[in-house]
Design a protein around this ligand. Structure first.
Ligand code: DOR
Length: 423
């Protein structure tokens, strides 16, 4: 048995936010309360002054495995996740080959089972991410696909997407969507406007996202599918999701820490490190995202952890790939930019990083109630640290937050009752 002593337990699923000890036995939470130290425990963790919360759940990561493992692999990805306080993550399917067959998925899931944290995989909606022919979603689901997505590539054909949503509804599985209409994008990764003009690139307008968000909310309403609007970036998109939720569509939205923390300005200071699809937008958009988090329009915080090599990111802005790593900075960015600024309580922040994503995927995690899996994170919300390139567990270091001082350090991550990260 492990005793976690004197921490502040914050568990959004049960609404608990109080000083309690936690007893872990045999991989599960045995009980919460006040317990004296004794030698019946194999380990006693002193959590005084720290937060004890459910292990974080990230439904949007890229571990680049198979095929692109010079950027990341499932072992380094899982290590980065554990260091960031995550105990469950869902990998996207834009690997090489893409995860569009039962063979590729099964091989991957077999290796993922060996990892110290829970690493799940989504499968592709369309074969080869071509946007034309739907994969054998039924067999992929039966083989263990957590959900379906062509993330990285928007699905432009409404007929294909509607048919996929109908199948997703029948299979009762989430479908996650990258919302940017390529027909409206001059060049990806930088918001179209004053900054893109200054940088001499065409840019990607908010309209490219908004138009697909509006279409896909309608498709979700009519199909009844459970849809995740991924990495939402525009304020108008948030308004669309808000009103479509009211209409009864099963639409959910995720926001990334980069989108609630930064604006298009970052591209001037950080260059290609701030290039991401969809792009960082304006301060008005950033505030609309925060409003969406506050009023529950935005359900999840997800990282879109997208590792790229140093050489790839060192290319000129128009050539460098879009994306940034995020697992090791997500919690600290939430604490620094949402909780400390008074936008969300810690309970609200953690709700969007634990129980909401867990419920959306039907996962048996995200809470600290007795009997639940012993997946936890212990962190200090007041301690500061500086984001440094050589400290990342990830294989890549493409973060726009390098050099910034953030609040919130992870001290322990525990998964299935085992300490998988210790600072
Ligand atoms: O910027 C991005 N990079 N956005 C995505 O949706 C995909 C990701 C990647 O895979 O690199």
């Amino acid at each position: 048995m492990i005793l976690i002593k004197d921490g502040r337990v914050v568990d959004p699923a049960s609404g608990i936010d109080e000083a309690l000890d936690v007893v872990i036995d045999n991989g599960t939470i045995k009980t919460l309360g006040k317990f004296p130290k004794s030698d019946e425990y194999e380990r006693i963790i002193d959590a005084k002054g720290k937060i004890v919360a459910p292990g974080l759940v990230d439904i949007h990561v890229h571990f680049r495995d198979p095929g692109l493992t010079y950027k990341e692999d499932i072992v380094t990805g899982a290590a980065a996740a554990a260091a960031g306080g995550f105990t469950t993550v869902v990998c996207m399917a834009n690997t090489k080959p893409v995860v569009d067959s039962v063979e590729t998925l099964s091989e991957l899931l077999g290796r993922m089972k060996q990892l110290p944290i829970h690493v799940l995989s989504a499968a592709a909606v369309t074969k080869g991410f071509q946007g034309k022919e739907i994969t054998d979603m039924r067999s992929l689901r039966a083989a263990g696909a957590a959900g379906f997505t062509d993330d990285g590539i928007p699905i432009t054909d409404s007929g294909v997407l509607f048919a996929a949503m109908q199948l997703a509804k029948e299979l009762d599985v989430p479908i996650s969507l990258h919302e940017e209409d390529p027909a409206l994008i001059a060049s990806p990764g930088i918001n179209q406007g004053a900054i893109s003009r200054q940088l001499g690139v065409g840019g990607a307008p908010a309209l490219a996202e908004e138009s697909l968000v509006a279409r896909d909310c309608m498709l979700a309403l009519r199909s009844g599918a459970k849809v995740d609007i991924q990495h939402i970036s525009s304020g108008v998109s948030v308004d669309v999701v808000r009103s479509m939720k009211k209409l009864g569509a099963s639409v959910y939205a995720e926001v990334t820490p980069q989108h609630f923390s930064l604006t298009e300005q970052a591209a001037l200071e950080r260059g290609a490190l701030a290039k991401v699809n969809p792009p960082l937008r304006t301060e008005a958009d950033r505030y609309a995202l925060i409003r969406g988090l506050k009023d529950g329009t935005i359900d999840f915080i997800a990282t879109d952890h997208a590792p790229h090599s140093r050489e790839e990111k060192a290319q000129p802005l128009n050539k460098a790939p879009s994306g940034m790593i995020g697992l090791e900075t997500a919690l600290a960015l939430g604490i620094t930019n949402l909780v400390r600024k008074g936008h969300l309580t810690l309970l609200q922040l953690l709700e969007k990083m634990t129980i909401n994503p867990a419920r959306f995927y039907g996962l048996d995690c995200g809470t600290l109630q007795a009997g639940a899996a012993a997946d936890l994170v212990i962190f200090d919300e007041r301690e500061t640290w500086v984001v440094e390139e050589d400290k990342f567990r990830s294989k890549s270091c493409n973060s726009p937050f390098l050099g910034m001082e953030l609040y919130g350090t992870v001290h322990y991550t525990i998964c299935g009752g085992r300490v998988v990260f210790e600072a």
